[in-house]
Write a protein that binds this ligand. Structure first.
Ligand code: GLC
Ligand code: MG
Length: 424
């Protein structure tokens, strides 16, 4: 990971289903709270790692369904596939390592002799992962018999049971914990071991994450029986692991606070218009602005001229906003246009979030901040790559920023929205 010049302040390694993503939270509110916390306080100097049992196909599907951030590193298929960055470049060293004592044809042949096993969909069968469903009451016995059979055939495998239904067979050296250990070893070799690492999970395939030394861990409140049982048998005395009282992403935020790993209050949980929060960072400024925009249109803030005047006060008179459609307008005029849409989304689905807010210094007291802005309105979701030029108001005290330029480009090529519906 070359983005960071030095050790990450915090590396979060999180499972997705029922950990980062709460499938019972229809509005994904806890995820949106985490997103705001991460982008305002951590993105610029920390690392986000997603570690999921899903194959790339199902992972990409989830990203379309839920307001998920883009991780720096993606570990998929239960720690058998590691990729880096936006373009998901695979780690070839890891693939090579996993080939040892592994032959998926033998695994398929031996497992076909077990009538208790039902093969999962074709997308979930990967080079180093063969996956089935098996009933809870049959799982232990099947796992025991199967591992004996595979050992006889000369394979060294790992069998993992998760969510009270999924059975994965992987090479012995694979798994979420081994993949994390591999990453930590790589960082150490580069002299960039993260200052703190927090592992987050809810089910059987996450147990390994909690057995890596030096790593903090949170089992979210809704953790599965098999994980809690593993914890009781193996890690009860480890004070670096907690069982949160909050569900999913809210449990992750809780753990950041519990272990004192950094700021743990999301801007979404703050009445930031009333509090006198001086801007800590560019990320903070961007998250705050778009959260105001969401609340304004949802009708959750008072329709007050004062807010608009405050916004205008932090724009250079010459500041231009280039809309993704190409339409160009002074930013102050755009703010004036907000007047007529206060509460226009009241009672409707309307959420705004930003992803990968990354500032780059381009001059003394001046930063170019690039990020993706997402807007969910009803059933429609659109994204735009956005760049904002921010100047420090006072170069000496770094108190607050002034907006100098905003430019957006549609992410999905969609020109469907004009500047009367998509405002910022
Ligand atoms: C995900 C995968 C599945 C796997 C399960 C548990 O649901 O799609 O193949 O068995 O995680 O690891
Ligand atoms: Mg899970």
């Amino acid at each position: 990971m070359d983005r960071l010049k030095k050790s990450a302040r915090l590396m979060i390694v999180s499972d997705l289903d029922h950990t980062m993503v709460d499938h019972h939270d229809t509005e994904s509110l806890s995820l949106l709270r985490f997103n705001a916390l991460w982008e305002a306080n951590y993105r610029h100097d920390s690392l986000l790692v997603f570690s999921t049992g899903r194959s790339p196909t199902l992972y990409k599907q989830l990203r379309k369904e839920k307001p998920m951030l883009t991780p720096d590193i993606t570990i998929m298929s239960v720690g058998t596939e590691i990729t880096y960055g936006n373009s998901m470049v695979p780690d070839d060293g890891w693939i090579e390592y996993l080939n040892q004592k592994w032959d998926r044809n033998i695994v398929r042949e031996e497992t076909s002799k077990f009538s208790e096993l039902t093969l999962q969909s074709e997308t979930e069968q990967r080079q180093h992962k063969v996956s089935f469903y098996v009933q809870k009451d049959k799982a232990l016995e099947v796992m025991k018999d199967l591992s004996e059979q595979l050992e006889k055939r000369g394979l060294d495998v790992k069998i993992i049971y998760s969510g009270g239904m999924d059975l994965d067979i992987l090479p012995q050296g694979a798994g979420k914990g081994q993949a994390l250990a591999y990453l930590l070893k790589k960082f150490k070799a580069e002299g960039k071991l993260p200052v703190n690492t927090l592992a987050c999970g809810d089910s059987g395939n996450d147990a390994e994450l909690f057995s890596i030394p030096e790593v903090y861990g949170v089992m979210v409140s809704n953790a599965q029986e098999e994980l809690l049982q593993w914890y009781a048998e193996n890690a009860k005395h480890n004070t670096k692991i907690i069982h949160a009282t909050e569900r999913c992403a809210a449990g992750i935020i809780q753990a950041i606070g519990h272990f004192n790993l950094g700021p743990s209050t999301s801007l979404r949980d703050m009445d930031f218009l009333e509090s006198n929060l001086e801007n800590l960072s560019q990320g903070h400024e961007i998250v705050k602005f778009y959260l105001f925009y969401e609340r304004w249109r949802r009708g959750e803030v008072e329709n007050s001229e004062l807010y608009l005047a405050n916004l205008k006060a932090v724009c250079y008179p010459t500041c231009v906003f280039v809309h993704p459609s190409g339409f160009e307008q002074s930013l102050r005029d755009c703010i004036d246009a907000l007047r007529k849409c206060c509460g226009d989304k009241r009672g409707n689905i309307f959420r705004v979030w930003v992803d990968q807010v990354l500032p780059a210094q381009i001059g003394p007291g001046t930063c170019l901040v690039k990020f993706t802005k997402w807007e969910l309105s009803g059933e429609e979701r659109h994204g735009s790559i956005t760049t904002v030029v921010l100047s420090s108001k006072d170069a000496n005290s770094s108190k607050g920023f002034t907006w100098a330029h905003v430019h957006q480009t549609w992410l999905d090529g969609s020109g469907a929205k004009d500047h009367t519906t998509w405002l910022f």
